[in-house]
Design a protein. Structure first.
Length: 404
């Protein structure tokens, strides 16, 4: 699909917001859904809906083929070695919690160190704090610079012989910073640590190859990749997943059950208890088809160009301060306007049809670092245009004039 045709693929973007054409700049929270994904999910419920894996009738077998076909698409999308390494979860948050509650509780003990960074989303902070309370592990936080960058030297300085796990964000949702995760993985391996990468923001914006990265776990959410909510993926190296205890218990994750003993199912089903989000997985598969029809490299280049244009245009506004100016960024711009509160700005900008986030973005330590209560955040999707940026800049100017 050509980028010039992309916007037409999103029905929601045709609507007016407060009498103005909608300019959606909150894809970092959730991306919009192309008609190909909507139609795929509708078709599943019209023609294929049945429970998976256990039916011995055609409809269930077709639903199973569609569900497992989506898993294979994810495998190829991440360049994983096997479908066994692709676990469907609700989203990035559940993926990280699954690793913390299974691999973490099994392998970590008092005094072991888990390394995260100062720019993590709360879903990659709090699960490890729960383990700190339960097991007495030590949480080591890599500081970021005032540009919102993690310097590799600062990361390496946090690694010790006690480092058992590094869990870091690939691309920051609050700043847009893209971290040097390939180098971070190599440095972590030198001290024998496992590595989990939080790919929630990276996967929609760039090509991800988990084998080239050599990470042990990789997590992302379908709804940020133009797919439905309620579906996400945990990638894990097969040997690690095989050795981990189940996360949740019930149907489908078992091979046999007696009151004396239960044998668990094989991968990936050991980690997929109960009826899965069948339509969500199939919708995620359609979302992967959509982004691959454009090309991740094409998406990355286009969004970089948008980011450059938006940064230049926003910087012309008096009193506007961009939060997060790392040299390597994805399609996210956080900013504040002196003398205003982000919530007031966003509320006024909504009157101009501009949808952007005013929040701490579930990254409160980032806000503390920059000494701000929140930021305005414009986060881009494949459907955004230069005209959207011009509308954004005009709305910021208008809101600023009304508030300052
Ligand atoms: C880097 C990062 N990690 C984890 C998550 C959690 O993903 P979920 O489990 O699908 O919710 C998010 C969601 N980020 C945002 C959700 O809303 N605004 C955001 O910036 C994120 O941006």
């Amino acid at each position: 699909m050509n980028l010039s045709d992309v916007k037409d693929a999103f029905p929601i973007l045709k609507q007016l917001e407060n009498g103005q054409p909608l300019v959606y700049l909150d894809s970092g929270a959730t991306a919009q859904t192309p008609v190909s994904v909507i139609d795929t999910i509708a078709r599943y419920y019209r023609e294929e809906n049945a429970n998976v894996h256990r039916g011995v009738y055609g409809l269930s077998e077709r639903a199973t083929d569609a569900y497992e076909g989506a898993r294979s698409k994810v495998r190829r999308f991440l360049n994983a070695a096997s479908d066994k390494e692709i676990i469907f979860v609700r989203g990035t948050t559940e993926a990280i919690n699954l690793v913390a509650q299974t691999w973490g509780r099994r392998h970590l003990k008092a005094g072991d160190e888990v390394v995260i960074t100062e720019m993590e989303h709360h879903s990659n902070i709090v699960p490890w704090q729960l383990l700190r309370e339960e097991l007495g592990i030590k949480l080591v936080v890599v500081p970021m610079t005032d540009d919102g960058e993690i310097r590799l030297a600062d990361f390496e300085a946090c690694l010790t012989s006690k480092t058992q796990l590094v869990s870091v964000v690939h691309m920051s949702n609050a700043l847009g910073t893209i971290n040097p995760v390939a180098d971070m993985v190599q440095a972590a391996k030198k001290v024998g640590a496992k590595v989990l990468l939080d790919g929630a923001q990276a996967v929609p914006h760039m090509s991800v190859d988990v084998r080239a990265l050599d990470c042990d776990f990789y997590a992302f959410s379908g709804h940020k990749l133009y797919g439905p909510t309620g579906i996400g993926v945990l990638y894990g190296k097969e040997a690690l997943l095989d050795a981990m205890p189940p996360y949740q218990a019930g149907g489908d994750m078992i091979y046999s059950v007696t009151f004396d003993k239960t044998e668990y199912n094989v991968l990936p089903y050991k980690f997929e208890a109960g009826t899965p989000n069948i339509s969500g997985a199939i919708g995620l598969g359609a979302a992967i088809d959509f982004v691959e029809s454009i090309g991740l490299d094409t998406i990355a280049a286009y969004e970089h160009e948008l980011l450059t244009y938006a940064t230049r245009q926003l910087q012309t506004i008096d009193g506007l301060r961009i939060i997060g100016t790392a040299p390597n960024k994805g399609g996210v711009i956080s900013f504040i306007v002196e003398g205003t509160h982000p919530h007031d700005m966003a509320t006024l900008m909504d009157q101009d049809g501009i949808a952007l986030r005013a929040s701490h973005h579930c990254a409160m330590p980032v806000m503390q670092h920059f000494d701000v209560p929140a930021t305005l955040r414009a986060s881009f999707g494949v459907y955004n245009t230069h005209e959207d940026i011009d509308r954004l800049v005009a709305a910021v100017e208008e809101a600023r004039t009304m508030l300052v």
